[in-house]
Design a protein around this ligand. Structure first.
Ligand SMILES: [Fe+2]
Ligand SMILES: [Fe+2]
Length: 163
């Protein structure tokens, strides 16, 4: 599965990190839905494959936030930032989300694990997490970066492979 961002070429002056990463949230939601739709239909092979695409895409997304986006915010707002603007809690949510994704990867291989419960927990975590990023963090990063700085980050986002 391609990890490409929207097909239109980036216009650096108007390019927004918020737009690109919100687009990726929606792409990942679609992959996750596809996996569980296949699982509900009893197509376990497709469910495993689709969940693998979702998990790889999510690891990539989290990796680029932690290596490219969060450090920019931390550098600019510093240690005196309000709790809402600190990235530590988002990083800790990432750890919980990745642990759940790993548990579901195991669960789709066996019937012994309560996959519905794991999925519900993952959806709750991911929805609240993505909303904070989409509504607060990404727009703030865009507002703090010059267009050329945003352009550099967006190009690095495009180049980062799935994990
Ligand atoms: Fe995140
Ligand atoms: Fe995100």
């Amino acid at each position: 599965m391609s990890a490409a961002l929207p097909a239109a070429p980036l216009e650096v002056d108007r390019a927004q990190i918020a737009t690109a990463l919100h687009w990726d949230h929606e792409r990942l939601d679609g992959l996750e839905r596809a996996a569980f739709d296949a699982w509900a239909e009893g197509d376990l092979a497709e469910a495993r494959a689709a969940f693998g695409r979702f998990a790889g895409g999510l690891r990539r997304h989290i990796g680029l936030e932690e290596t490219l986006v969060f450090p920019e915010l931390d550098r600019r707002v510093g240690a005196g930032a309000s709790r809402e603007l600190r990235t530590a809690s988002l990083r800790s949510e990432h750890r919980q989300i990745l642990a759940l994704v790993a548990a579901i990867e195991l669960a789709v291989r066996s019937d012994a694990v309560p996959i519905r419960l794991l999925r519900r927990h993952l959806r709750e975590l991911l929805t609240a997490h993505s909303r904070k990023e989409d509504q607060v963090l990404y727009p703030l990063v865009d507002s703090l970066l010059r267009p050329d700085e945003r352009g550099i980050i967006l190009r690095r986002i495009e180049l980062l492979p799935e994990q």
